[in-house]
Design a protein around this ligand. Structure first.
Ligand code: PMP
Length: 317
């Protein structure tokens, strides 16, 4: 894993790779006591010729900077972030699965590690990147069954829902565990003000398809601006679909022809059903659907099989 440190109001020192292992931090660390932490998720892929590819790592760097600003933390520069991810991928090269088998998931993590007894920004920050190989999800074969929660909300206006803060994830576990106990795969969250507009899923964004129109909730600070979401919007427009980013009433889910989710972990996940207010709607799933066409193009670009006209892929060796 890669580790770098900095003190408040200063730049990060040069980091270095070390063996994966525990980190030492003060019991009074800002991250432990007040949730001062943001993280990212990005992948390295092995191309057929063995070369290693990253997908838009600078977008993760920018999102970490925005998140760090929201949580009053220092952040690494874009260059340092991308360099750290590259070093981590190359340092773990032997763990990167062969093409089609999976990828190396990397977790950049920024924590307030210095002690602070009162509620205030920590005096020291640690930026680290660790990694784990992950296999490819085949969600076409096992589509997601989503549950719409009107009891739990992920975030609220003016909160930190728009950034990838560590504080956004423990609060969804209750909803997620309860949904899983009832046999669902994940939860769709609604806005906390009107309780009727779609926001997102626990760790992915949501898209609805009807005719030639693809719609997804607009990013107004309460949902995470997914990098997969952004990429899929560009690809879909180029493939001739009309894409709308807007507020979407939960009822629209019931009228959609197809629903899919986007996120780094599973890229695009087909949704087989959505349950809201005890009503279950089923969707078409299969290879000829919009989500699958987008999946093939996106994953094709990521693994170097489809021409990358967007310049999204970075070859690192
Ligand atoms: N929403 C949330 C809450 C997430 O945690 C993630 C995963 N990072 C996403 C959406 C999807 O974002 P991305 O496409 O950048 O992985």
């Amino acid at each position: 894993m890669y580790v770098a440190k900095c003190t408040r109001n200063e730049s990060f020192q040069q980091g270095r790779l070390s063996d994966y292992g525990n980190i030492k931090l003060s019991p009074a660390a800002g991250a432990l006591n007040y949730g001062q932490g943001v993280f990212e998720g990005t992948k390295a892929f092995r191309r057929e010729d063995g070369k290693i590819l990253l997908f838009r790592p600078e977008q993760n760097a920018i999102r970490m900077q925005i998140g760090a600003d929201r949580m009053c933390m220092e952040a690494p520069s874009i260059q340092q972030f991308v360099d750290a991810v590259k070093q981590t991928a190359l340092g773990n090269k032997r763990w990167i699965p062969s093409p089609g088998k999976g990828s190396l998931y990397m977790r950049p993590l920024l924590l307030g590690t210095g002690p602070t007894l009162g509620v205030a920004p920590a005096p020291e920050y640690t930026f680290l990147v660790y990694a784990s190989p992950v296999s490819t999800y085949f969600k076409v074969k096992s589509p997601l069954n989503l549950y719409v929660s009107d009891e739990f909300h992920r975030t609220t206006r003016g909160g930190a829902g728009g950034v990838k803060s560590i504080t956004n994830y423990a609060p969804v576990m209750k909803a997620l565990l309860s949904a899983k106990e009832q046999g669902f795969s994940d939860v769709v969250y609604l806005d906390s003000v009107h309780k009727k507009y779609l926001e997102e899923v626990s760790t992915s964004n949501i898209f609805l398809v009807k005719g030639n129109v693809i719609s997804t909730p607009a990013t107004i600070g309460t949902i995470l601006e997914g990098i997969t979401r952004k990429s899929v919007i560009d690809i879909a427009r180029d493939l001739g679909s009309k894409v709308e980013e807007r507020s979407i009433e939960v009822g629209k889910l019931m009228e959609a022809e197809e629903v899919f989710t986007t996120g780094t972990a599973m890229s695009i996940g087909s949704v087989g059903s959505v349950t809201y207010n005890c009503k279950r709607v089923k969707y078409k799933t299969g290879n000829d659907l919009v989500g699958q066409k987008l999946y093939k193009t996106l994953v094709g670009i990521q693994v170097g099989k489809v021409e990358d006209k967007y310049n999204w892929v970075v070859q690192i060796d």
